[in-house]
Structure formats: structure tokens, C-alpha cells
Design a binder for this molecule. Structure first.
Ligand code: FAD
Length: 343
């Protein structure tokens, strides 16, 4: 049995908490009010599964459907039944900074489903009016499916009206949740949600100019940041690079252009990677993260906020630091990881 106490550190928030000897990581988190996702607390559902970056744990009894031997060998753990044997560093974007708004489970009603592109739906959900959700622009919620699986979606609106949340959902054919959103789901349906999660929000203690990088529905949390800046009168220079394969992927292009009129500090660079002749596209082409590098070969004086497809986020993180001098602590991101990415 591990002696303890041990220090648990969650990345990317850097939040730390202690675990007593013999205490599972999830139990320690709950005891200290650290918001961490979980379902059964018994090694059966896998809702708490995350990657251990450093350290060692002893797993108590759990079901192989929640954590297979291969996943364990690959460095994944189940915090509900993992007892630290050393200090541990976890990759757990769900865990928020100290002082973050409390994580809560709530029922929400679907009040609008607006198709913005053939594969993008803008969903609005309403929370109980007397109990609005407090969150920071850029954070996300989990939708808890009937079978206990969870899917994460960034709030696309800033929190000035916490009773109504806007989500931008891309259809992933064969996907457990988005097949339902693009199929049987209808207005007035009830969803179970939990949040807010994540450390993607504007660092307001800096006045460095901002690069806002979005691929596809990665626009959602960036839209919330822009709304927040507009509402709070934040005048930092910001350039939004929004990438899609085709013009139709820039499903809120008009919304962005309307903001430009009100926000002189905002610039907008749409980037299309696979335009067809019929798109009549004369703007920037190629990979969206590369367009930033062409315009800003030196990012040492900037902060970058990036959201969307993991391949874009990973390339941006690596190439901006190695080729454009971006300090590691000036890159903030939410990578929209799906089941397809974890297999
Ligand atoms: C922090 C965060 C924020 C996010 N925010 C957003 C957002 O704002 N908007 C948004 O659109 N998405 C967002 N996502 C992604 C979102 O959470 C879902 O992962 C996504 O919508 C797919 O869910 P799904 O249940 O439909 O698909 P899943 O069931 O997860 O499947 C995804 C795809 O993988 C395939 N697949 C499933 N299992 C396997 C397997 N074993 N091997 C290979 N392929 C497989 C499916 O056919 C499907 O095409 C976010 C993700 C994270 C982590």
C-alpha cells in the first residue's frame, strides 16, 4: 500500500491537490472540491478515464470495458480506483483552475436546432432560469448520454446570460451523440449536462496582442471570447484565423464580419484548404495554422488561443514554439478530441 500523502497535478490547468495514503485520486479530488468528471465511482463506466503523464498508481478492481489492459499499458488510468504510489501528473483538461466556478450537473432543455451548414448545427439549450450556469467565456460542458458516455461541447456564447447556452455541433457520421443530434433530436428534448470545465479562457492579466486560431467548430469558444471582449470593452489587438476545407465550413462568416464593424481592434483572416472552382474563392488558402506563421514569423510577443481539430492544434503548438518563438506559456488550446482520435 502506498504511504502518501502524494501530490496530484492536473495539466493543462496546473491545479494541484493532495491524496492521502490509500486514497483513490477521484475520492481525493471530490473531498477537496476539485471538479473531475465521473460516473459510477466503481471502475465500471470509464467516465473518469484520463492519461497519466508522470508517476505511478495501483489500480483497484475495475472492469476491462472501463479500462483495458492495452489502455493501461498506454498510460491511461481510472482515477476512481487508482491509488497513487508516487506524486502523479495527469492530463485532465476537465480540471479547472483554483477559484474556477463550481462544476454542477443540471437538466437542460433544447430550445433551438439551427442548421448552419450541411454538417453543423447550432444548438441552444436553456437551463433553469433561477439557477444560471456561471462560467468563463471559452469553457465547455459535458452532455451526459443515457448510457453514461459523455461528449464535450464548448459554450459559443459569453456568460452574460448564463440561462441560455449556444453550442456548435459538427456531425461525425457514425458518432454516438451527433448521429442523434442530426437525426431524432428535436426542440424541447431534455439533456443532462455538467460543467463548466476547462482552462481555455482569456488571460486578462496580459495586454499582448492575440492570435485566435479556429478550425471548423473550433470557432465556438473563440466566438465566446470575442463576445466577452466586446462586452467588457477589452481593446487588445486580436486577429482571428478561421479555417475550413470549403467556404461553407465557415458557417458564421457573416457574424464575424459584423463584429469587425464594432471592434476596430479585431482582424479576420478566413483560410480555405480545399476550395473548388465553384467556391470562387480568392482569399487565403492552405492550412490555417500555416497562414498565421506566414503573417507572424515572430510570435514571441503574442498570445495564441487555438481550438478545433487535434491535428491543427498539435501542429500549431509544435511549429509556433519551434519556428516562431512562441513561449510555451503563451499557447492556450482546446483540442476537440473524439473517439476516433483515441483509437
Ligand atoms: C474539450 C472538448 C470540447 C469540444 N467541443 C466541441 C464543440 O464545440 N463542437 C464540436 O462539434 N465538437 C466538440 N468536441 C468534440 C465532441 O466532444 C465529440 O467528440 C464529437 O462531437 C463526436 O461525438 P459523437 O458521439 O458523435 O462521436 P463518437 O461516438 O465519439 O465518434 C466520433 C467519430 O469516430 C468514429 N469512431 C467511434 N469509435 C471509433 C473507434 N473505436 N475507432 C475509430 N473510429 C471510431 C465514429 O464513427 C465517428 O465518426 C469537443 C471535444 C472536447 C474534448
Amino acid at each position: 500500500m502506498a504511504a502518501g500523502p502524494f501530490r496530484i497535478t492536473a495539466q493543462p490547468s496546473g491545479r494541484t491537490f493532495g491524496a492521502q495514503g490509500g486514497e483513490a485520486i477521484l475520492a481525493a479530488a471530490i473531498r477537496q472540491g476539485v471538479g473531475m468528471p465521473y460516473g459510477c465511482r466503481d471502475g465500471a463506466c470509464g467516465s473518469c478515464k484520463c492519461r497519466m503523464l508522470e508517476g505511478a498508481v495501483n489500480h483497484g478492481p475495475h472492469q476491462s470495458q472501463a479500462l483495458s489492459a492495452q489502455e493501461e499499458a498506454d498510460g491511461l488510468i481510472l482515477p476512481c480506483c487508482a491509488v497513487p504510489a508516487t506524486d502523479v501528473v495527469l492530463e485532465s483538461p476537465h480540471i479547472t483552475d483554483e477559484g474556477a466556478f463550481p462544476v454542477r450537473k443540471m437538466a437542460a432543455r433544447v430550445i433551438a436546432l439551427e442548421r448552419k451548414a450541411s454538417d453543423v448545427t447550432l444548438m441552444k439549450i436553456r437551463l433553469p432560469a433561477n439557477d444560471p450556469l456561471r462560467y468563463r467565456a471559452g469553457q465547455y460542458i459535458d452532455i451526459i448520454l443515457r448510457d453514461g458516455f459523455r461528449r464535450s461541447y464548448s459554450m459559443a456564447n459569453a456568460p452574460h446570460d448564463g440561462a441560455e447556452l449556444e453550442l456548435h455541433i459538427r456531425h461525425m457520421p457514425g458518432g454516438r451523440f451527433t448521429d442523434h443530434v442530426f437525426g431524432a433530436m428535436k426542440e424541447k428534448d431534455i439533456l443532462r449536462v455538467e460543467g463548466p470545465f476547462g482552462s481555455f479562457y482569456l488571460r486578462e492579466d496580459s495586454d499582448k496582442p492575440l492570435i485566435l486560431l479556429a478550425s471548423g467548430t473550433g470557432l465556438a469558444p473563440i466566438k465566446a471570447l470575442i463576445e466577452h471582449m466586446q462586452r467588457q470593452g477589452i481593446r487588445r489587438q486580436a486577429t482571428l484565423y478561421w479555417g475550413g476545407r470549403r467556404l461553407a465550413d465557415l458557417y458564421l462568416d457573416g457574424w464575424v464580419r459584423e463584429r469587425l464593424a464594432d471592434m476596430p481592434q479585431l482582424r479576420y483572416v478566413p483560410v480555405i484548404s480545399d476550395a473548388l472552382a465553384e467556391d470562387l474563392w480568392t482569399g487565403r488558402t492552405g492550412f490555417v495554422h500555416r497562414a498565421v506563421m506566414q503573417d507572424y514569423p515572430d510570435l514571441s510577443g503574442h498570445q495564441v488561443y487555438a481550438c478545433g481539430a487535434p491535428v491543427v492544434i498539435n501542429a500549431a503548438r509544435a511549429e509556433y514554439s519551434t519556428r516562431c518563438k512562441l513561449p510555451a506559456n503563451a499557447f492556450f488550446a482546446d483540442s476537440f478530441i473524439t473517439q476516433a482520435d483515441s483509437h
